[in-house]
Design a protein around this ligand. Structure first.
Ligand code: MLC
Ligand code: AMP
Length: 466
């Protein structure tokens, strides 16, 4: 069973806990979760696909759980999604209704409410492991976000492998304040807890004070969260009672690793993943945790590094290659995009991550960087430069534009748009926020006379990143 801790028979027989999930001021026991989510399942059962506006609330937890019980694939939508991105997600996914909360403009879709106090004790059969659990939208280098088909099998395999690597058990209390529309917060944080059966606490925003007050044993954060914790000595000291601090979704800067170690007494565990492959590499709770390195392949994961000449790189900690994977956690393709799916895999079936890496003789991996400058990671969010550029080019005051990620101590990278045109910077930032999710808006717009181009007329982004 995917959500193993919510087995109705076991819960009815007494395997209940009163505070299985704490979120947004609500406390849900396991029997609350089974009863209310099964009631959701009864209302969505039979739907082909539904959209869930993934606010960090009990309604979202029940919506997602209800869909997984009923075997209805859901599409998590960022709560602050803009008009253009929302229209694309709804059209591309073919979602038939909003389940739970809905945006002010629901795009003409019907609404199925989630009732926190409704209960059903109907017993559903477990859907096939091959069934799609969710379609999660993620940015590519160009064009509109793609819907990643994630199976129930991939989710279960990933959580089980992480449980092994981190000695993650029902005795843990897992704390995070990350969004519930991405792998990190939703699949690892929430679904991981419901599979393993540990207590789960969502802090709302992932602030250092919120983390310090939560009293957890296992904490998840993106590097921006950890660098803010490291800058708050009191909050960091409160985390010394935890068992494991885990960082992922973007590179954890070595100084932040060292500050956390000093202030909390814990060497953070770093792990690496993606929407398409889920988490595939991690340091282990009982193994070496080395600053700047993301660890070993999880159980069932194979990796290889392919050099520019097609040869396989040595595991010498120096030779850089394109990181490729085979894993039980891999996605089942991009929805409606056989072309993009085919491009993501080598002819012999290895998945191309798009990241460059090195491996040492012991199998430890270090991510050196992204192969394309057009995929930006800001605050742990993946943003496609092309998507932002397309929106900006739709603004009448913009003649030319190039979007890049510039280094940022807090966010890893910050989104900067270089614009040629008679434009107002604040107006352009607000315009992007209206069209896309707000985390995709540029932090900065630089108005320039021209963009650096090569002989072919292509913008040389590396020049802008100097
Ligand atoms: C932001 N702000 C702006 C702005 N951008 N204001 C004007 N112009 C802009 N361009 C505002 C924000 O709205 C906010 O306002 C304030 O500035 C601070 O913004 P911020 O610096 O972005 O901080 P914050 O909102 O606190 O967000 C930081 C964060 C967030 C770390 C909480 O980036 C986050 O949740 N990241 C997690 C991403 C994640 O989960 N990724 C996982 C992907 S899965 P106000 O009013 O709100 O203060 C994956 C796989 C794997 O990668 O391996 O895990
Ligand atoms: P996303 O699809 O949003 O999950 O983004 C996946 C990308 O995030 C990966 O391809 C990497 O570029 C990056 N990433 C995730 N975890 C790490 C990490 N621990 N270190 C470096 N990069 C990471």
């Amino acid at each position: 069973m995917l959500l193993a801790s919510l087995n109705p028979a076991a819960v009815a027989a007494g395997a209940d806990i009163g505070d299985a999930v704490r979120i947004d001021g609500a406390v849900l026991s396991r029997s609350d979760l089974v009863g209310a989510a099964t009631s959701v399942a009864e209302r969505v059962g039979g739907a082909g696909r539904v959209a869930v506006l993934a606010t960090p609330t009990a309604a979202t937890v029940l919506a997602v759980t209800g869909c997984l019980i009923a075997g209805v694939p859901f599409v998590p939508v960022p709560p602050d999604v803009g008009v253009a991105e929302r229209a694309h997600i709804l059209t591309d996914s073919g979602a038939q209704a909003w389940l739970g909360e809905r945006p002010a403009d629901s795009g003409g879709l019907p609404h199925v409410p989630v009732r926190l106090h409704a209960r059903s004790w109907h017993r559903y059969g477990e859907p096939s492991w091959d069934a799609t659990a969710m379609v999660m939208y993620t940015s590519g280098t160009t064009g509109l976000p793609k819907g990643v088909l994630i199976s129930r099998r991939a989710i279960a395999a990933d959580i089980d492998a992480l449980a092994q690597a981190w000695q993650w058990s029902p005795d843990d209390t897992l704390v995070h304040g990350l969004p519930l529309f991405h792998v990190h917060g939703l699949i690892l944080g929430l679904l991981g807890s419901l599979r393993i059966g540990n207590r789960f606490v969502h802090t709302g925003k992932p602030t250092p004070a919120g983390y310090a007050a939560a009293g957890g044993s296992l904490y998840f954060g993106v590097p921006t969260v950890w660098s803010r914790v490291a800058a708050d000595a009191d909050a960091a000291a409160a985390l010394s009672c935890a068992r494991l601090l885990v960082s992922g979704s973007a590179p954890l800067p070595v100084p932040v690793f060292n500050q956390l170690a000093e202030l909390t007494g814990h060497l953070p565990v770093e792990r690496y993943g993606s929407t398409e492959a889920l988490i595939t590499l991690s340091t282990r709770s009982d193994g070496e945790r080395r600053p700047g390195w993301v660890g070993l392949p999880l159980t069932g994961v194979q990796t290889r590094l392919v050099c520019e000449d097609g040869s396989i790189a040595e595991h010498d900690a120096e030779t850089i290659g394109s990181l490729q994977l085979k894993a039980p956690t891999l996605f089942d393709g991009y929805l409606n995009r056989p072309d993009a799916t085919a491009e993501a895999f080598e002819p012999d079936g290895w998945y191309r991550t798009g990241d460059a890496a090195v491996i040492d003789h012991a199998g430890m991996h270090r991510i050196v960087g992204r192969e394309s400058v057009d995929l930006i990671k800001s605050g742990g969010f993946r943003v496609g430069a092309g998507e932002v550029e397309t929106v900006l080019l739709g603004h009448p005051a913009v003649d030319e534009v190039a979007v890049v990620g510039l280094p940022d101590d807090d966010l890893g990278q910050r989104i900067v748009a270089f614009v040629v045109g008679d434009a107002n910077a604040d107006e352009l930032i607000a315009y992007v926020a209206e069209q896309l999710s707000t985390h995709k808006r540029p932090r900065e717009v630089r108005l320039v006379d021209s963009l650096p181009r090569n002989a072919m007329g292509k913008v040389v982004k590396k020049e802008l990143m100097k």
